[in-house]
Ligand binder design. Sequence first.
Ligand SMILES: *Cc1c(COP(=O)(O)O)cnc(C)c1O
Length: 481
Amino acid sequence: MSDDLSRLTSSAYSQALEVIAAVEPRIAEATRAELADQRGSLKLIASENYASLAVLLTMGTWFSDKYAEGTVGHRFYAGCQNVDTVESLAAEHARELFGAEYAYVQPHSGIDANLVAFWSILAHRVESPALEKLGAKNVNDLSGADWESLRAELGNQRLLGMSLDAGGHLTHGFRPNISGKMFHQQQYGTDPVTGLLDYDVVAAKAREFKPLILVAGYSAYPRRVNFATMREIADEVGATLLVDMAHFSGLVAGKVFTGDEDPVPHAHVVTSTTHKSLRGPRGGIVLATEEYAPSVDRGCPMVLGGPLSHVMAAKAVAFAEARQPAFQTYAQQVADNAQSLAEGFKRRGATLVTDGTDNHLVLLDVSGYGLTGRQAESALLDAGIVTNRNSVPGDTNGAWYTSGVRLGTPALTTRGFGHDEFETVAELIVTVLQNTEAGTTKAGGPSKASYVLGEGVADKVKDASAEMLEKHPLYPGLDLA
Ligand SMILES: *Cc1c(COP(=O)(O)O)cnc(C)c1O
């Protein structure tokens, strides 16, 4: 950013916060405090990033005030010409960025994108033959009795996804999530010895279970997936392949995942968040082939209400950024940094799920330090290192305490961290874990939550972090008065 631009941005934000403070000063205060916290800690949460100021500023406008249910050119409200511009641009950038035939940019989040995808696939797969059988042209021509039989068919559909403790997501058929209730679901895991996906096992499950939808994609699996193979499996059993690239879409956009590792040419439907490695505003998108496009386009009113027009505008800005060559450099650095982090851990004797990584995240098994994921997460936070606890395959501590900590490189790579910094990050994390002991419960038994961090360790680690954080400032030039 030029000096002039940073002066302008700083003054714009300072004034905006004054406007907010005039109504509710505590919100302005919390907003300032959040910036200070984000600036002052090592953010290693694999699903987080720092969006550009251009993306953030785009969200704070009057597009927030506009209702625009429907699709471009077919709205249920008058006066949507500017929203049409925004939505068309966001979709066009998304298609170009990912080489997709069709892009739907209205979903408010990743979970919404998956709901849109599920219902679109169901509608397409169940309606098309039903319509043909009945000689009807349009879903609106179906009678009440037709809908009854459709509903019965919809309610009997099967979904096969990756299990939560192998790194899959809640929305891939986990029982407490609606995806586990609207489908008969089964899950595939990873190999108990290597921790890797075994495509033969996935294929065998698919042949036996015959899912309508095969879901690929993950939130905590530290490896790449071969989507060409997943498509072969789906084709063999007549399933629709849905790839949820919420976590790694930045690596797809940045051309780190190409060929068989790029889901877009292989899947029928691809969903993503826009705020993780893709570094855009909080939101979701659905990409689809021409075949599935008409049913995805019915996301509103099928699943969604009015789109968040201000966020669609920010998606367009973020996708435009991701189409720049600099984003490819960034994405490659995200992957390289994950390697540096993993190697730093391994050299210090730490245990990693799958013994390493080839994407943007590392899953550290902390049981060797005598800790649960929860104890590790808390001790690291005391030392200014923000992570999240995560189950490891076959976890004996359950989904609340867990035995792992998930670490991702997208956010700190945005700040400019490289190999040397991630080497230091590994050292600091191992230092904290080696100096943390599991605590005891009030009754004196072993606790899965309390812990004791060695005296002076947090300060020592914070000092070492501060040096790196100062060298790589967040939003350099943004100086709040
Ligand atoms: C994060 C994530 C989601 C959900 O995204 P939200 O925006 O939090 O709703 C869905 N699927 C996967 C694989 C994710 O990692």
